[in-house]
Design a protein around this ligand. Structure first.
Ligand SMILES: [Mn+2]
Length: 338
């Protein structure tokens, strides 16, 4: 779905305009890459752009240009709200439902009269923006930001710095170009970015070869001690408590990707990772296709995302959450057995 008035937006994105770029909670490579790619592009237009994240992000993204200027809402609430109140244009990147941010940011965004631009690839977008560039088939929001800049007639403004940010999100959201969302268009954009001088090997190492010893041992512990496989439902899950996260000095991003290991087991089509964080259970769902985890997350765990990758949460205890999860599975037995 695309609703364009590029002419109107181009008039707004001129020197001196104040813009704010928002993205989802627990920002990942695509959230940060699209936010900073956009910020660096807006900087080139002379737009005063501020990127705000709801909470902290892994430090292995710190090499991206502009990362040192990001406002972390959790730490700088007043500064963030001030920027939002002054904004004339607000970008919503890599989410399409305001509750994916944080209550405080949601309210400020809702109350703002700024022109809203939504660029995203998650399913079922809410009607929250004036300008929408949304495509579920897109590999990543970074791919869409590339398209957006092109749409604005500014493809030639994309340089190595913007390109490095956009490459990061494309790489992380496609699992290094292996997920089925990777299209010819994805490779075409990646190719153009490499031609601009984007150092793909360095970026891969910066972002992927970043395990601390704690994180590596935590991954090992999850797989050897915590993995539960339910062959009847072709399902595998891992659940960790607050205490276990603390024992391994868990840092933001340390649990990222663990769910994919559960999905790598032959004959497992549905995987889940549960983690207890300050009394709330956060859940990642993955499927290897055929089983719609977006629907599953929306229906049972107040979440959503993509058909093959979604998130959810639960206010129950971790034991009760697992019990609920396991009791729901028989409802999907026919679908999972396919
Ligand atoms: Mn994304």
């Amino acid at each position: 779905m695309t609703t364009h008035d590029t002419f109107q937006l181009k008039e707004l994105l001129t020197p001196g305009t104040k813009a704010v770029i928002l993205t989802h909670k627990n920002p990942d490579g695509d959230a940060l890459g699209s936010s900073l790619g956009m910020k660096n592009y807006l900087d080139k237009l002379g737009v005063a752009a501020i990127s705000i994240v709801p909470n902290s992000f892994p430090k292995y993204f710190n090499w991206m240009q502009g990362s040192d200027t990001i406002i972390n809402f959790e730490q700088q609430k007043e500064k963030a709200i001030e920027a939002l109140n002054a904004a004339e244009v607000i970008f919503y990147l890599d989410f399409n439902n305001l509750s994916r941010m944080d209550e405080g940011l949601k309210t400020a965004a809702e109350n703002s009269v700024a022109y809203k631009v939504l660029i995203d690839h998650h399913l079922q977008p809410d009607d929250i923006a004036d300008f929408v560039h949304h495509r579920v088939e897109a590999s990543s929001t970074c791919e869409l930001v590339y398209e957006f800049i092109t749409l604005m007639g500014d493809e030639s403004k994309i340089d190595k710095n913007i390109g490095g940010c956009l490459y990061t999100g494309i790489m992380t959201d496609t699992g290094s170009f292996r997920f089925s969302s990777t299209s010819a268009q994805t490779h075409l954009i990646a190719s153009k970015l490499i031609e601009l001088g984007v150092e793909h090997t360095r970026i891969h190492d910066e972002v992927m070869s970043t395990y601390t010893v704690d994180r590596m041992r935590f991954l090992g512990y999850c797989i050897s001690d915590k993995l539960v496989v339910l062959p009847v439902f072709k399902t595998a899950y891992i659940a960790v408590t607050d205490e276990e996260l603390k024992r391994f000095n868990n840092k933001p991003g340390d649990s990222e990707g663990i769910v994919n290991y559960a999905l790598s087991i032959a004959d497992v089509k549905f995987a889940a990772f549960f983690s207890e964080r300050e009394k709330e259970i956060r859940i990642s769902f993955r499927s290897s296709g055929g089983f719609d985890v977006n629907q599953f997350a929306r229906k049972h765990f107040t979440g959503g995302g993509h058909a093959m990758a979604a998130g959810g949460k639960s206010d129950l205890s971790i034991a009760e959450t697992i019990k609920k999860f396991v009791e729901i599975l028989p409802l999907y037995q026919a679908e999972l057995a396919k």
